[in-house]
Design a protein around this ligand. Sequence first.
Ligand code: GAP
Length: 442
Amino acid sequence: MMAAATPDLMSTIVSLSKRRGFVFQSSEIYGGLNSCWDYGPLGVELKRNVKEAWWRSMVTNRRDIVGIDASILMHPKVWEASGHLSGFSDPLVDCKKCNERFRADHLDNLEKCPKCGGQLTDIRKFNLMFKTFMGPIEDQSATVYMRPETAQGIFVNFLNVQQASRLKPPFGIAQVGKSFRNEITPGNFTYRTREFEQMEMEFFVPPDQDVRWYEYWRDARLKWYSDYGIKKEKLRLRDHTDDELAHYAKACVDVEYLFPFGWSELEGIANRTDYDLKQHTQFSGKSLAYFDEETKQHYYPYVIEPAAGADRATLAFLVDAYNVEGEGKEERTVLRFHPAIAPIKAAVLPLVKRDGMPEMGEKIYRDLLGNSIKSFYDHTASIGRRYARQDEAGTPYCITVDGQSIEDQTVTVRERDSREQYRVSAGSIVELITKKMKDSMK
Ligand code: GAP
């Protein structure tokens, strides 16, 4: 078995994504829109499974974390308080000769354009927030911003959520949703885009427990990726150096994945201290301090924030699952997704289109769908071709209905990874796949 890791692996993934319906270029018929992508039928299932796996482990399976879904447009003062209006900018330089634009902090030499050798402009600060207007009048007073992170929707709701759910620190508030950044250098497919989805959780702790919880979330978040099948040797933690730390952070560590374009951030875990709650208290004039019933004292909890990207995680799951096996005519592409992450769980394949096999297959297919198991039915082409198509979509289980099935009501289950095949009774398929899915979940 060969796990492909060639330099052009990304172009192979991009073309597989289009061919099989994982990801398409946005507005493709108009020539596309830079850095914008659309998830197709397989991609949308994959990304939903990633977000659901995150939500399960962060919210559903825990007693100390609850969720919210805040609005994308927020009061403009939020971004003053958070520091995004004044500080959320990248240093930008342009080449005077070829007009190419670069992030100054990504260049070794600020004298010469790395592309054509031309002279570069002075560094300008470029704010990454998208602006728009609320209502019909497009003036300063109507300016609102597309949120650049979901976190602020959580901070401004801290006391609403705390009082409604009656949770005491340490407890967390989680949110999954779109964020927008006018990135200077988007790229690497869906890795860095201007519109993306975040999965963030703010964990509010008594100030003297920050170090302990920071370490807890650092380890838990690294483990989550390998629990769902990402190879451990392609994951690492990288501590931020002092000059990399955001203005609000006491410590930050990135979970990185070894993409074909190098080690890159999947998620950051930051100790944001009490910065955000205090800033919003100051700017809004409403205290966001927590009242401790036991000590009868108010205090501002510290915040430990695991902040992940749904699109980046989805890309990492896709790249990591990609395998090419065999040679020549025997070559096959297999996406070895963890069953909980795989877009389609089971494919039902009648061997031929007669002798009652399609009818029996159709019944199994209906039963699977009726039990919320995303499945696929295919009775075209040779059985080998159909297995190959499912391997390429990452489907973990194929169910084949053949002549014997009609006689004894058994079917063949073929497992994607081992290619092992075994017969089971047709009536037990839903139970079998449900059990396998359950066993694979963390
Ligand atoms: N609230 C903290 C925060 O937003 P961040 O490191 O800027 O921290 C968190 O973003 C995560 O959001 C990143 O680790 C990444 O997965 C994702 N993300 C950030 N910018 C992105 C972009 N331009 N495209 C895709 N994902 C992005």
